[in-house]
Design a protein. Structure first.
Length: 582
């Protein structure tokens, strides 16, 4: 962490915001947001917090001006900019976004497809107060009031005016004894979760349910929020939970509730995507996507995925947690050394592990990994877009074909230097994805002509999603609690699985540092538990080698994408760096 202290009020504000969203005690003005462990998801959170504090920055600013000092020079005061609030634009007919088409809103089990969080409710809270807080969220964030409508096969969302949804009808109070054992509370909360999930009804406009587990006037309770996935994603929770705190403070103090305005509405965004699907620039990406998908991969399991047989009821799961000593370099020093992102590092480890795993399966000739990558989907496809304060389901999904090169075919486990070379390969392959991948879903689902061509091509059997960083459970009001199972979607048990293997990774910041947790969910009738366990263990081995490599004084190096104005190969860059002693 840098030593130069802030010199101006703006630098002091940004230092404090960097430290807040990254869970650090302090930050210097020369510290890079990404060197400290920031990622694209947390950058959106930084943008939102800055706006609340009166400072305007964009996610693009954070990527281009990575230090506090540089960002302070770029930032503008809210008072000096035009109000980005699109008054009334969030109300009305709203086309479905690509991710909604991907999951098929008419499929079995979709009615209860949800995400949820559990937060600590303050001691002494009352039902009227919580209703007032919930009403504020419903009125401020348009998409929470949405209703799924239209005939099957031609659905859209209809978003009514603020005030048309009564929060009192969305919340349930459950009395729990303040001295109930943890196991008993977990049982009560699980039943409350199931009940709230069953009550979700997107066609009736029931997108949000809350259950208050009231432990009495002197004891903090729990508030469970269950939202249909149509109106929520991982970034949205990072918006809603601070708003929950702000609304609570105003309600309990008897003040009018004023939340920071939303920028671009979800409705406006969905219409922009529909227009984008027919733009020349977007259609020009089609050949690249077709080329990427043209070669099918060998079956991952015993047979092809069958939506009638492979459902949530037949799914199995396993979890690995990496210690702080391994996680920290993967998030900070290694991305800095190779001028890349956390996703690049994690996917390098996965590709190396998958290559080794295939060798044990007798498939040595297949060196590439075809995988669906999930992203936050909040790219600035049109200048002036501001989605840092917008709640909704923005997730983008696109295929990527990853190959670690010949370095992946050596002895296992690979040493760190070899893993570092693989990281360069994967980084460059990910940099060739057009438009950060958002265009694939647009072309696959929103343009009938391109959709016909893409739907005939093979689909990845594996999905990967890095959910970013979350604070560890805290003993504070409105903080996420240890009971959380959240930020992972779940629906009815008969809901079809979309991939033979789905991988979710998330970082939780604990007192002693960050810890990466990896969860595999797979079709239990397709893949043997031991095979999946071997793959997960191999991934942890590869990530450990990468983390250890970060301590090597020879680690790091630039790649061609770092020098877009120069036509240099990787070998030429390596030679220059050797000559110059980099």
């Amino acid at each position: 962490i840098g030593n130069r202290a802030p010199r101006t009020p703006r630098e002091e504000l940004l230092c404090n915001l960097f430290a807040e969203v990254l869970g650090l005690p302090h930050v210097g003005i020369d510290d890079s947001f990404f060197d400290l462990g920031g990622d694209s998801i947390v950058s959106i959170q930084l943008v939102s917090r800055a706006r609340e504090a009166g400072l305007v920055i964009t996610p693009r600013d954070v990527f281009q001006c990575r230090t506090v000092a540089e960002l302070a020079d770029t930032a503008r005061d809210v008072a000096s900019t035009a109000d980005v609030r699109e008054t009334g634009n969030g109300v009305g007919s709203t086309p479905l976004t690509p991710v909604m088409h991907t999951f098929d809103v008419d499929s079995t089990g979709f009615d209860t497809f949800q995400q949820s969080v559990v937060v600590r409710a303050p001691a002494g809270a009352s039902l009227p107060q919580l209703i007032a807080v919930l009403q504020t969220l419903l009125d401020h964030h348009d998409v929470l009031r949405a209703r799924l409508t239209g005939p099957v096969g031609d659905r859209h969302l209809e978003i009514p005016e603020p005030g048309t949804l009564d929060a009192a009808a969305c919340i349930e109070r459950v009395a729990v004894s303040s001295d109930v054992a943890a196991e008993g509370l977990a049982s009560v909360m699980s039943e409350g979760m199931r009940r709230a999930q069953r009550l979700l009804d997107p066609t009736a406009g029931v997108m949000l349910r809350a259950v208050w587990f009231d432990a009495g006037p002197g004891t903090p309770g729990r508030l469970l929020l269950v939202a249909h996935h149509l109106v929520i994603d991982g970034v949205s929770w990072r918006i809603l939970l601070p708003d929950l705190t702000t609304a609570w403070q105003a309600v309990t103090q008897g003040h009018p509730v004023t939340l920071t305005p939303t920028g671009t509405s979800f409705r406006r965004w969905s219409h922009l995507l529909t227009q984008d699907a027919r733009s020349e620039a977007r259609i020009s990406e089609l050949p690249q996507w077709e080329k990427l998908l043209q070669d099918p991969e060998p079956l991952l399991g015993r047979r092809e995925l069958d939506p009638a047989r492979d459902t949530l009821s037949t799914a199995a799961s396993a979890t690995w947690t990496l210690p702080t000593t391994t996680t920290a370099p993967l998030l900070t020093s290694l991305p800095t050394l190779y001028t890349c992102g956390v996703n690049d590092v994690l996917l390098t480890g996965l590709t190396l592990a998958f290559t080794q795993w295939r060798q044990t399966q007798g498939l040595e000739e297949h060196h590439s990994l075809l995988v669906d990558l999930e992203g936050h989907g909040r790219q600035e496809i049109t200048p002036g877009i501001d989605l840092s304060r917008t709640v909704g389901w923005f997730t983008s999904i696109h295929p990527a074909r990853l190959n670690a090169g010949m370095v992946a075919t050596g002895a296992w486990p690979l040493d760190g230097a070899v893993a570092g070379e693989a990281l360069k390969h994967i980084k460059e392959q990910l940099r060739t994805v057009p438009g950060v991948g958002i265009g694939y879903g647009v072309l696959r689902h929103l343009n009938p002509d391109t959709a016909q061509r893409l739907e005939k091509l093979p689909r990845p059997q594996i999905a990967f999603n890095y959910l970013g960083r979350f604070s560890a459970p805290q003993d504070a009001d409105w903080a996420m609690t240890a009971e959380n199972t959240a930020i992972e979607g779940a629906g009815d048990e008969q809901m079809p699985l979309h991939h033979a293997l789905e991988i979710n990774a998330v970082t939780h910041d604990h007192v002693d540092g960050p810890q990466l947790t990896i969860t595999f969910t797979w079709a239990g009738e397709l893949l043997a538990e031991q095979d999946v366990s071997d793959l997960g263990d191999a991934w942890v081995t590869a990530l450990t080698a990468l983390a250890e490599h970060a301590q090597d004084p020879h680690a790091g190096g630039r790649t061609p994408s770092d020098m877009p104005l120069l036509e240099l190969s990787q070998s030429e860059i390596d030679e220059f760096e050797d000559e110059l002693g980099f």
